[in-house]
Design a binder for this molecule. Structure first.
Ligand SMILES: [Zn+2]
Length: 69
């Protein structure tokens, strides 16, 4: 089961490419071989999309902010 945690870091995220809503970033605990590793997902609260995940916080922020629409 995937758990979540709040990401405290304040970082600028571009608005949602689909609805212009505010983006959020969530931390995920992913179970792997009886252990847990952290990953991150970016999504939009307004339209409910959550389509990007990455192990590295900086990577996912960069992906979201520079994505091709
Ligand atoms: Zn949206």
């Amino acid at each position: 089961m995937v758990g979540t945690f709040e990401v405290d870091e304040k970082i600028y995220l571009e608005p949602c490419p689909f609805c212009g809503g505010e983006a959020y970033i969530t931390g995920l605990f992913i179970p792997v071989n009886g252990d847990e590793i952290n990953a991150y997902a970016v999504g939009c609260e307004k339209c409910g999309i959550s389509f990007m995940e990455d192990w590295i916080y900086d990577n996912i922020v960069k992906k979201w902010n520079t994505r091709i629409q």
